[in-house]
Design a protein around this ligand. Structure first.
Ligand code: F6P
Length: 410
């Protein structure tokens, strides 16, 4: 009865989440579900990404159900299933997806994902006419959302993806904690951070007291490596407490003296259905080379899944609500194949629907950190990057116990 006069009464909208999770996916699902319900849609959740549309399907009803949008991860669960043929799985599973679309009588599909999940959805829209709307997500923050950041009068192409703000806060806090143990032992700690292709998340460690940084955008060749060691030595010697936390992206390409090549460090030889390998372990190599080259004690800390873990933070909560408001606009206009994005990098009070727009959701592509944000000659993040982060995180947050005890002379 409640829904009879509503615009989309009798229609069904389904939501799925694919790819690596983030702390903001449940918040996105809740925000989209609430708005779609108000428009009159029945709202379904498809379990485990595209996998939930294979075989007999795995679909749940989210309409009028309690939902905890603060809870991290995704209650719809996730997978890296690709319905299109891939090297790992050459058979097309698109007919299964189409059959389930019919069986469950789905009218619109919202896909929460990165380039892979949303790229597959866009292909389904173009080749099969399935009405889809994309919703961005990644802690790596490398989906090209075309969000403009204005710094000192210059417009810089930045990125703002749900999931990144929560992950950024976690990495800021984690770095601030690690700093105290680095201080106690006068050590360098090399902090490895997720980021296969881009250093957006790695840079967030600077807000927790991290110094310098290595990112996948710039190869560390043999020559660059020498300069890097010199820079580390200088930064260590100038540090008040003789310690450093150096953030390093998992996907950096580092010169290997044994092979004479610049390459990434793989965690496993497996690739997923979109052809992505798994990286991991480069921090151990960087730390041991710092120790042997500079004679300074260095250790590695892999932050691993920590930035993906835990609850949705305040900025992400508002960001997901705002982008879900734009989904309403797209639904009302029946504009499919689109993805809502923020037009500008703004502090959280300005996260409002009038600051959004939408872009083509297919092959959005990867947006590396530009030279506006990272200075390769100093291996460090720039003031423009701090300003970008300041919009999202506010001020850097780390404790600093500035002791200066008088020395006792016997
Ligand atoms: O979501 C992207 C990402 O966070 C990458 O930075 C990382 O390499 C990857 O996920 C690892 O995810 P998983 O181990 O879950 O496949």
């Amino acid at each position: 009865m409640r829904y009879e006069n509503k615009l989309f009464h009798g229609k069904t909208l389904a939501i799925l989440s694919g790819g690596g999770d983030t702390p903001a996916i449940n918040s996105s699902i809740e925000a989209i579900r609430n708005r779609a319900s108000l428009l009159g849609f029945k709202v379904y959740g498809i379990l485990q990404g595209w996998k939930g549309l294979l075989g007999d399907g795995d679909v749940v009803d989210l309409t009028n159900q309690p939902y905890d949008g603060y809870y991290g991860g995704t209650a719809l669960r996730s997978s890296r299933t690709n319905p299109f043929p891939s090297k790992k799985n050459p058979e097309s599973r698109v007919p299964q997806v189409l059959r389930n679309f019919e069986r469950y009588k789905i009218d619109v599909l919202v896909t929460i994902g990165g380039d892979d999940t949303n790229g597959a959805a866009k292909r389904l829209f173009e080749t099969e006419g399935i009405p889809v709307i994309g919703f961005p997500k990644t802690i790596d923050n490398d989906l090209r959302t075309r969000t403009i950041h204005t710094f000192q009068g210059k417009d810089i192409e930045a990125v703002l993806c749900p999931g990144f703000p929560s992950a950024a806060r976690s990495m800021m806090e984690f770095t601030a904690s690690i700093k105290t143990t680095a201080e106690s032992h006068s050590r360098i700690i090399v902090m490895e951070v997720m980021g296969r292709d881009a250093g957006w998340l790695t840079g967030t460690c600077t807000f927790g007291g991290g110094s310098l940084g290595l990112i996948p955008e710039f190869d560390i060749t043999r020559e660059r490596k020498e300069v890097f060691f010199e820079t580390v030595k200088e930064a260590y010697m100038h540090s008040k407490k003789k310690c450093l936390v150096i953030p390093v992206s998992e996907g950096i390409r580092w010169y290997d003296e044994k092979t004479g090549k610049v390459d990434v460090v793989y965690a496993s030889s497996e690739v997923d259905e979109y052809g992505h390998p798994r990286f991991g372990g480069v921090s151990g190599i960087v730390a041991s080379e710092i120790s042997s080259k500079l004679g300074i004690e260095a250790r590695a800390q892999i932050s691993g899944y920590y930035p993906r873990a835990g609850h949705c933070r305040h900025y992400d909560r508002r960001l997901t609500s705002t982008l879900a408001d734009k989904v309403v606009d797209l639904l009302l206009r029946e504009e499919y194949g689109q993805m809502p994005v923020m037009k500008r990098i703004v502090p959280n009070v300005e996260l409002e629907e009038f600051n959004t727009t939408s872009i083509d959701m297919g092959a959005v592509g990867n947006k590396p950190l530009s030279e506006d944000y990272y200075d390769i000659s100093r291996f460090s993040f720039t003031d423009a990057y701090s300003d970008f982060l300041g919009n999202i995180l506010g001020k850097p947050e780390y404790d600093d116990f500035r002791y200066d005890f008088p020395v006792v002379i016997p």
